[in-house]
Design a protein around this ligand. Structure first.
Ligand code: UDP
Length: 236
């Protein structure tokens, strides 16, 4: 597979064309942003960790019947994925209150929900990714009714697989963000990444934060937290 021109550069990843129209190469960067882009920094080694962890989790999900964009890990930072048209929604699943949920509804962090919640944000930087419901998504024609149903059931399936997996590693999966894409034939697949950038991970015993909140909230030991999650997943 030949790496061709850069198609896109985002906050944490670059995307390159390949000589196969149906495939692109994702390249993970060490750059980190938070607070709607106001906070910028570098987390040394993050790109390689997110690449490897995300690929591992995508393969675990595939084994459990979740279709994803993953094709092949090329090296530490780069992965071949199927080219998709991204559905402009951030799909957030929560098992425990934290972050914007705790703030918006005026509750403490750490409340364990009886049932997981789902919410959607409209992926639009100019509008700062506003929270929307599925009727708004339909009105804005971001996805069809059938696609939204598929996305909801895939997101809950991802949660049940990953929640159990992380608990076996001594980690609570607090919440996470997913993105979905359409293949040329219209099939919805899980896309983007699953990593400490996009999930909240708390140590099961101590509730120590092992994710990007250490960067967002200036808690220190950011690189160590990413490396600790890598150790839990790969034992290295
Ligand atoms: N999240 C993300 N990208 C975003 C917003 C949120 O990956 O642009 C993830 C975040 O890491 C967390 C979950 O989605 O695991 C829920 O985030 P929340 O809505 O609480 O927002 P935050 O407090 O991170 O602003």
């Amino acid at each position: 597979m030949k790496k061709c021109e850069q198609l896109y550069e985002g906050k944490a990843k670059k995307v390159f064309a390949t000589d196969d129209k149906a495939m692109v190469i994702v390249s993970y960067k060490d750059d980190a942003t938070a607070l709607d882009g106001l906070k910028k920094g570098t987390i040394r080694g993050k790109g390689a960790i997110n690449n490897r962890m995300s690929n591992h989790l995508m393969q675990l999900l595939e084994k459990n019947g979740v279709k994803t964009h993953f094709v092949e890990e090329l090296n530490d930072r780069e992965t071949l994925v199927r080219k998709v048209q991204i559905v402009p929604l951030e799909v957030i699943i929560r098992n425990i209150s934290a972050g914007s949920f705790a703030k918006r509804y005026g509750v403490e962090e750490g409340i364990v929900f009886k049932e997981p919640t789902i919410e959607f944000s409209y992926k639009n930087d100019d509008l700062h990714d506003p929270l929307i419901n599925s009727y708004h998504a339909l009105a804005l024609e971001l996805a069809t009714k059938e696609e939204l149903e598929t996305i909801k059931s895939m997101a809950f399936k991802v949660n049940s697989v990953l929640k159990e997996y992380f608990l076996s590693l001594g980690v609570k999966l607090v919440d996470f963000k997913l993105e979905f894409g359409r293949l040329p034939d219209g099939t919805i697949v899980l896309a983007d990444e699953i990593s400490p950038d996009t999930c909240r991970f708390w140590d099961a015993k101590t509730n120590e934060k092992l994710d990007k909140d250490r960067f967002r909230r200036d808690l220190g030991n950011v690189e160590e937290a990413y490396r600790e999650m890598m150790r839990r997943v790969f034992g290295e």
